[in-house]
Design a protein around this ligand. Structure first.
Ligand code: F6R
Length: 619
């Protein structure tokens, strides 16, 4: 949600910032802007700022026609609008009253109305509807009064409420870029006589893999030769250094039309990587990042999974598996609802927060609430050094690599893997499954990359089906048991990418109301549970029959060994035969391909769907 870039060094700041924005554009694409510090006409130094509504390409077009001043100090922003419409005026950077200070911002300054009124009382004229412009005026007021930009940032941040990352430059001080963060992401990239800032490491991965993870309520000052971190009160603070474990190639499309398609095809590798190193020489499962002791895990009486969107659906699968393998009650809660319903928590409750980005504000606030209630929090996360794992008691990192397509794909599959591992680990520690059963399931998990590859090898068939549905106005998805979250995920993918009305239902629930939606020709994607393992298969066939009787056109996803499905399916997508609880890992893949291809056929921007942003850092 908004991408922020900062640079100071010997290179062209314009080029570094634009390139960084290109890599962060998935975070928001309502508008883009850049500010550079240069010598100025009178030699006292000045800011040159340019901004444009719409995608980064609009800004690039605007600045390609003019000579922006040469500069080694700059900041940039790509926006997902919160305060104010996505137009040129509200685009970042915002400038102070005299144009000396430029600021870019991610987050929401909650007390901006009060601060704006204070500034207007002093005859400041604010030009935009944004909360950000208030910060620009406040910072500039401090520097005009004599403070350096670092001190100004510390003073201003002490007055701000809400969540924010701010990055600022002072036109009269080309030797520093200053940033601050509270509840919003920001990382520092460390180079040789140059330093970088980014909402995430993709912004500077081309130049350095050395990074600094900042804490809450910290101000960071970048010069060419160093980085200084303080608290908002000015006291020196430590930041943790780490090395990014992926490189530029992971942030490129690699011959695919969309990042999303590339990420779908990376899933066999992502799943394999997320399983790597989990099996110890002693024949037991090991989760190295698990910072909870076996005794603590044995004391758990209840698990609450909290997450949003696709991650929430991974949590629903976790409920089926953990309850089955460990006999611990599991609740799954939408993070945005969690703390407002006054949940019953105590130190026997383990809260599992699932977040690909590790920055989702709803999930972050939910885990903070859980910790105030003395519950232990375990994060399942794909982003090293992000806020949610840092504020959790334990973490299982997924190893999907950077996910850039706005719609989550490999993030979801690797979250499922982490949930399976967690369930098996708890079963091992608590003795609810025999060691040989755990060994067998781990073995089955290790076979999943090959099964996923089999599904991907049949992508062309799914694409053809998707192209047949470009005119569809509504699509339903039905599933049962572990297939139910997959149905919900399939519907979400289609909504967000193809902008088609799509709903996922538990197949058994259909007759309690939603079947009224079924009319002649309505496409219904049906996730058929494995045949012969329990009664679910028969029940699903009855559900399919009910919608067919009312004119629905059924596209069934069923195992290749399923001998009964053919008469129930107008179209059939075959899935490899895998254990029931692991079926989501293969069943969701055709649904991802379906949504991606349908959206492509409709001419949509698959990587940057309308109104969305990758990482939702506001509540
Ligand atoms: C959908 C999607 C979103 C995210 C949700 C949570 O394709 O990507 O629904 O799953 O915003 O994001 P994380 O997992 O980063 O907390």
């Amino acid at each position: 949600m908004c991408g922020i870039v900062g640079y100071i060094g010997e290179r062209s700041a314009r080029d570094v910032v634009i390139e960084g924005l290109r890599r962060l554009e998935y975070r928001g694409y309502d508008s883009a802007g850049i500010a550079l510090v240069h010598a100025g006409d009178d030699g006292r130094g000045a800011v040159a700022a340019r901004k444009r509504a719409g995608k980064l390409a609009n800004l690039e077009k605007a600045i390609s026609a003019e000579e922006l001043p040469v500069s080694g100090t700059g900041i940039g922003h790509t926006r997902w609008a919160t305060h104010g419409a996505p137009n040129d005026r509200n685009a970042h950077p915002h400038l102070g009253a005299t144009g000396r200070v430029a600021v870019v911002h991610n987050g929401i300054i909650e007390n901006f109305a009060e601060l704006r009124a204070e500034l207007e009382d002093e005859d400041h004229v604010l030009l935009s509807e944004t909360d950000t412009e208030v910060a620009a005026h406040l910072l500039e007021r401090e520097v005009v009064a004599g403070a350096d930009l670092t001190t100004a940032m510390q003073r201003v941040c002490r007055r701000l409420e809400g969540a924010f990352t701010l990055v600022a430059v002072d036109g009269q001080d080309a030797d520093r870029v200053v940033a601050a963060r509270r509840n919003s992401p920001l990382v520092v990239g460390l180079g040789e006589r140059e330093n970088f800032l980014g909402s995430d490491v993709a912004a500077f991965i081309e130049f350095t893999r050395d990074a600094l993870e900042l804490g809450q309520d910290q101000v960071v000052t970048l010069t060419r030769d160093g980085v200084e971190v303080t608290g908002f009160d000015g006291t020196p603070a430590q930041a943790t250094r780490y090395s990014v474990d992926w490189d530029l190639s992971a942030a490129e499309k690699d011959g695919h039309d969309w990042f999303m398609r590339k990420e779908i095809f990376e899933q066999p590798r992502a799943v394999a990587d997320s399983l790597l190193g989990r099996w110890g020489a002693d024949g037991r499962l090991q989760l190295d990042e698990m910072r909870l002791s076996d005794d603590e895990l044995r004391e758990i009486r209840k698990i609450i999974v909290i997450a949003c969107g696709t991650s929430f659906y991974a949590g629903m699968v976790a409920k089926y598996t953990i309850e089955h393998w460990c006999r611990i009650p599991v609740e799954v809660q939408l993070a945005s609802e969690f703390r407002y319903r006054d949940p019953i928590l105590d130190n026997d409750t383990l809260v599992v927060a699932i977040s690909q980005s590790g920055e989702t504000a709803d999930t972050l606030q939910a885990i903070r609430h859980a910790r105030t209630q003395r519950s232990k929090v375990l994060a399942i996360c794909n982003t090293n050094g992000s806020t949610i794992p840092r504020e959790s008691d334990a973490v299982i990192y997924t190893h999907a690599g950077p996910e850039i397509g706005v719609a989550s794909t490999k993030g979801f599959l690797t979250q499922l893997v982490a949930c399976y591992l967690l369930g098996l680990y708890l079963a091992q520690v608590r003795g609810t499954r025999y060691g040989d059963e755990i060994t067998q399931i781990v073995g089955q998990l290790e076979e999943m990359p090959a099964h996923i590859q089999t599904v991907l090898d049949r992508a062309e068939d799914v694409y053809a089906m998707a192209r047949d549905h470009v005119a569809a106005e509504s699509v339903l998805f039905l599933g049962r048991h572990a297939g139910y979250p997959v149905a919900l995920e399939g519907a979400l993918k289609l909504k967000e990418l193809a902008y088609i009305h799509a709903e996922g239902f538990a197949a058994g629930e259909l007759k309690h109301g939603p079947i009224a939606l079924v009319e002649d020709g309505l496409p219904v994607l049906c996730l058929v549970p494995p045949q012969g393992r329990d009664q679910l298969h028969d029940k699903m066939l009855s559900g399919i029959q009910e919608v067919r009787a009312r004119g629905a056109r059924t596209i069934c996803l069923a195992e290749e060994t399923d001998t009964r499905i053919t008469p129930y399916a107008d179209a059939l997508i075959r899935l490899p035969r895998v254990p029931t609880l692991l079926q989501p890992l293969v069943a969701v893949v055709p649904l991802q391909l379906f949504a991606c291809e349908l959206a492509t056929a409709k001419g949509h921007d698959v990587d940057q769907p309308r109104n969305l942003a990758k990482s939702v850092t506001v509540e």
